[in-house]
Design a protein around this ligand. Sequence first.
Ligand SMILES: Cc1cc2nc3c(=O)[nH]c(=O)nc-3n(C[C@H](O)[C@H](O)[C@H](O)COP(=O)(O)OP(=O)(O)OC[C@H]3O[C@@H](n4cnc5c(N)ncnc54)[C@H](O)[C@@H]3O)c2cc1C
Ligand code: FES
Length: 493
Amino acid sequence: MKRENISYWTESAKVSQFPALNQDIRTEVLVIGGGIAGILAAYRLAEAGHKVVLVEGRKLVQETTANTTAKITAQHHLMYQEILKAQGEEKAKAFYQSQADGIEAIEDLVEKHGIDCDFEKMSSTQVTDGSNEKVIRAEYDAYQTLGIKSRLHEEDLGLPFKTTLGLEMPDQAQFHPVKFLAGVIDAAVKLGVTFYEETLITELGKIRAVTDKGQTIHFEKAVMATHFPVNHLKNNYMSQLQIERSYIVAADGMDIPHGMFQTVDTPKRSLRHYHTEKGIGVLVGGENHITGTKDHTEEAYEKLSEFAFENFKGNITGQWSAQDMMTVDHMPLIGQYDKQDPNLYVITGFNKFGMATAATAAQLISDLISRQHNLYEELFRPERINTLGNQAKALGKQMIDAVKGETLALKDYSTDTSKLERGDGGIFNIEGKLQAVYKDDEGNEHHVSPFCTHLGCVIKFNGAEKTWDCPCHGSRFDREGCVLEGPAAKDLK
Ligand SMILES: Cc1cc2nc3c(=O)[nH]c(=O)nc-3n(C[C@H](O)[C@H](O)[C@H](O)COP(=O)(O)OP(=O)(O)OC[C@H]3O[C@@H](n4cnc5c(N)ncnc54)[C@H](O)[C@@H]3O)c2cc1C
Ligand code: FES
């Protein structure tokens, strides 16, 4: 299994390691997925007195959580004006409060367990070069209506590019996500959580799960913190989730004014500083697209590097990318999976704001399983997506459009692989059969089936990561077709 572009977070932190499950077991609560959502949920459930087992299909904290920008913030782009308009004042206020609670919960965990993870309180600011002042002012108005503490900056903010207006939300935070979760994992072990790595769940029933190696886990409750839920096929609403990739470059040797920043102009850039052994560096994020739909993805790193170099003059020391689940109403799906399966719970749809949200989700799941009241049960109830009608349909259509391009007749695919460049991949018609072909640096061709082993969508080559990505639910495979990221559990043939 080949991995390119390892994040700074992964390179600079050590996480405790755990064995793979090698026998059938029973537990009260099974948490599936070892990213921030699963780990914090396991911690909270154990804290509430439950017997918890967490299984991770690969290694703990290796997927999206290890490749994030790690801003812990309630400032989600310019989303409050939209939420206010679509869902009203009460829900918009509750949503803001859920994020503020998440920030506080992370701060408390850092303090309680003395976790050394570069946690810093600071503000988050949306800025424009003048071309989007109107939407920033509209967002400010929404903040005023919702009582969100903020400051509008009409003066220069000291960034190395032109800004004419900034909307600051104070009391946000940032951290090193892998160091933080390494500390939470150790604390969870002390609370009695049992962790298993390299234990992929391939079947999930009402009271038992089966792993890829055939072991059975009997449970009373199971929590899917796996991005795309393991049991998605039972529910239409899960087909409304969309998966989106984003890219990050790390530039050493330069700092930005204190705070986290996001440009609202096109192309959007997300900025924060981070600590390295050599001093301070800057992370620049952006270049979002639906997974498995974009040609020449390697340009994403080129564009971010150009921006970082032009503005910060630093050396580019790292690059990485990841993907997250997006929902139609910009709110996460957290809670009981559906009424027919009362033992199953889901945490997904973080819309690229999973840090504070995961902390709130962990408390919500723990409260639901412990039958305690929680303020956010209705707001984040997963089944609400069924009632979002046209918005949900639009997202479904977008997804269909995303794959349509690849599902044309066989005759529309080239039969000639000779023009394929070294280091590139594409879908070809080889003797009447569609094949995914990767040409390595020596010019050798590697052929695999182009049909995703999850539900059969046609994969697309991702030049930035040298992987095969599926546009339907985000499964990813390496050049030889081995699964890197689910929901697919089987390698390409
Ligand atoms: C580029 C980028 C930048 C971002 N920046 C920010 C930011 O600044 N601030 C912010 O708040 N959010 C940010 N986000 C979003 C945030 O990083 C994510 O929402 C969050 O990390 C998702 O956590 P997770 O636990 O749901 O997923 P993951 O970290 O991906 O964890 C899911 C885990 O489940 C495991 N798994 C899957 N299927 C199975 C199975 N069948 N059996 C067992 N295990 C399984 C996977 O191996 C994986 O380890 C960003 C996202 C991206 C892509
Ligand atoms: S990830 Fe579902 S079909 Fe590929």
